[in-house]
Design a protein around this ligand. Structure first.
Ligand SMILES: *Cc1c(COP(=O)(O)O)cnc(C)c1O
Length: 397
């Protein structure tokens, strides 16, 4: 037997510190905040009450009493954990019932739950394409899509943001790939703009490519019944894979993929991030079911969100901030440099408004920003407070 002298732990820590120094020097240092109390329109940070303008809790459902009660009842009835993956002993009746409901919600034949949106994207992309295939991905797609593409082993072609013409040209060059998959966010997470889904579906259709749409920021927000942008545009028949999340507007956690019976059966058999992970906890499943009740019965939440988003966009632009064109509850306020994004975020926090600075590598170099997001439950007084804080920031600049 040969025993190697173990590397002293200090040497590992020294290496970690060297990496961290590089992250700091690049202006990319990140730190977790300690936020007290319930997830609501106002939260407490360091003992200070501040207006939260940075969650993805678009409909204000994360602390909705109906969802909390449903979760508590499910914990009493079923317990807290599912106890195993779905294919072992974790596939409960409530999972199947929620999948049936989500398929109906999305106007598709079937749906399957995943523990998170990250799992759903990685699992679906790797199940659908592999070596010898090609995947075409928008330049600003979410990190989980990027990781799914990389892990799939397919050739990855990144097309310029929202550019269906460039996608068309790229698809034409890869006509010999065995399978082709086009994948895009519907509402882009850091920009809030919409993918040109009609054009993308037309182009993909002309090249016999599959289309996968990530509706993480559109589920519960867009469309006549809140099913997403695919519903809003009537593109259900042109989209192969509809992915949505349950932890943003729907206020709980988890995600789903909706589509044909064959697609869903393939994911159950092949998506490793579905097969090798514990099923969603029963209280989460029950909370999502209650969230869908609210989405069905209270369309006024979606309407309110759209109205206040338009108002705040207009007010921030009037104040002279750089707001790219768009609509909806994600409002990017471009700062350019990471340092400025951090300084503006600190300045707003001092004025009682909590907005996160978003920096590279989450967004491209030179496009650091504040990412302002709204909730349907923000009041008119909340909006006035936000506008006053931005106005004070502008005056100081
Ligand atoms: C948040 C997000 C995900 C990941 O969803 P989680 O449930 O938070 O893991 C995937 N895609 C997009 C576009 C997202 O914004």
């Amino acid at each position: 037997m040969v025993y190697l002298t173990p590397m002293p732990r200090q040497a590992f820590d020294d290496a970690f510190e060297a990496d961290l120094a590089g992250i700091r020097a690049a202006g990319r240092w990140r730190e977790l905040r300690r936020i007290e109390g319930p997830v609501d329109t106002w939260v407490t940070i360091d003992g200070m009450r501040v207006l939260a303008l940075c969650s993805n809790n678009y409909l204000g459902l994360a602390n909705h009493p109906g969802l909390a009660a449903a979760a508590a009842r499910a914990a009493e009835t079923y317990g807290v954990g599912a106890g195993a993956s779905r294919l072992i002993s974790g596939s409960l009746a409530i999972h199947r019932d929620l999948e049936t409901r989500l398929a109906r919600f999305e106007h598709t034949e079937a749906a399957v739950l995943f523990p998170t949106g990250y799992h759903a994207n990685v699992g679906a992309i790797t199940a659908l394409v592999g070596r010898g295939d090609a995947v075409f991905s928008d330049q600003l797609n979410h990190a989980s899509i990027i990781d799914g593409c990389r892990l799939s082993g397919a050739e990855v072609h990144v097309y310029p943001h929202a550019d269906a013409g460039a996608l068309d040209a790229l698809l034409a060059t890869r006509s010999t790939a065995r399978r082709r998959l086009v994948v895009t966010d519907s509402v882009f997470s850091m920009d809030g703009d919409h993918a040109p889904l009609r054009e993308i579906c037309r182009v993909a259709g002309a090249h016999d490519a599959m289309v996968m749409v990530d509706e993480a920021h559109a589920t519960g927000v867009e469309g006549p019944t809140g099913a997403g942008l695919v519903e809003a545009l009537g593109l259900g028949d042109a989209v192969t894979v509809q992915m949505g999340t349950l932890g943003k507007a729907l206020g709980a956690a988890g995600a789903f993929v909706a589509g044909s019976e064959a697609l869903i059966a393939l994911l159950v058999n092949r998506a490793r991030s579905f097969i090798y992970t514990t099923a969603l906890p029963p209280p989460v499943v029950a909370a999502v079911d209650a969230a869908l009740d609210v989405v069905e019965r209270e369309p006024e939440r979606r309407a309110r969100l759209a109205t206040i988003a338009a108002t705040l966009r207009a007010r921030l632009a009037e104040l002279g901030f750089e707001i790219p064109p768009g609509a909806g509850p994600i409002i990017p306020v471009i700062t350019g440099s990471s340092e400025r994004a951090l300084a503006w975020s600190r300045g707003l926090l001092e004025r009682g408004v909590f907005v996160q600075a978003i920096r590279p590598p989450t967004v491209p170099d030179g496009t650091a920003r504040l990412r302002v997001t709204l909730m349907a439950t923000h009041t008119d007084e909340d909006l006035a407070h936000a506008v006053a804080a931005f106005a004070a920031l502008r005056d100081r600049l």
